[in-house]
Design a protein around this ligand. Structure first.
Ligand code: ADP
Length: 166
């Protein structure tokens, strides 16, 4: 049984992430999506609990996809959940530089026990990022091409919530 970990912020999960998750779940027996809490990133749109609910609802009918959250290092989460490798998605050359460093530090921190496998999103999803999607939300534009309808709904509610507060 080959289980892999897909760690990230997922603030929010996009169709790019979902494309990577679909590919990983075709390739491996089980995919564990890990929402990692980063105390240095205080400007998140959704709380970790909200992200957990949103992503769990998306995959509630897929029994080979699990969702967890953690404030530990991705390698420690991978070892704890007996994952063979970490999955990361690659979009561009700028992602590549960062991901190379990340896989090296992860390999080092896990004493060579955790490797990273990079997957490429299909080309229609390659330009999508959570930060771009948040910008589209701020501008009040159509989000349906970039996120699942349930995520779009949560984003519209969140935008209303933010605007109502000001
Ligand atoms: P992080 O904050 O760790 O970069 P993200 O939630 O932004 O977490 O992304 C998690 C992973 O998914 C990263 O490997 C990122 O490169 C990848 N990813 C995000 N969007 C896309 C996309 N549109 N296509 C392919 N990979 C993606």
């Amino acid at each position: 049984m080959t289980r892999v970990l897909y760690p990230g912020s997922f603030d929010p999960i996009t169709k790019g992430h979902m494309n990577i998750i679909n590919q990983a779940s075709d390739l491996f027996d089980e995919v564990v999506i890990a929402i990692l809490k980063n105390p240095y990133k205080n400007n998140s749109l959704f709380t970790v609990e909200e992200r957990m609910d949103m992503i769990s609802n998306l995959y509630s009918r897929m029994n080979n996809i699990k969702v967890i959250s953690s404030s530990r290092a991705a390698v420690d989460v991978a070892l704890l959940h007996e994952c063979k490798a970490i999955i990361r998605g690659l979009r561009s050359l700028s992602d590549y530089d960062y991901e190379v460093q990340l896989q090296q530090i992860n390999k080092d921190m896990s004493n060579d026990r955790i490797n990273t496998i990079c997957l490429f999103a299909d080309k229609e999803y390659q330009f999508i990022s959570s930060s771009m999607v948040k910008e589209v939300m701020r501008l009040g534009k159509d989000l349906s091409k970039y996120v699942d309808p349930s995520i779009e709904k949560s984003m519209i509610l969140k935008r209303k919530d933010i605007y109502d507060r000001f």
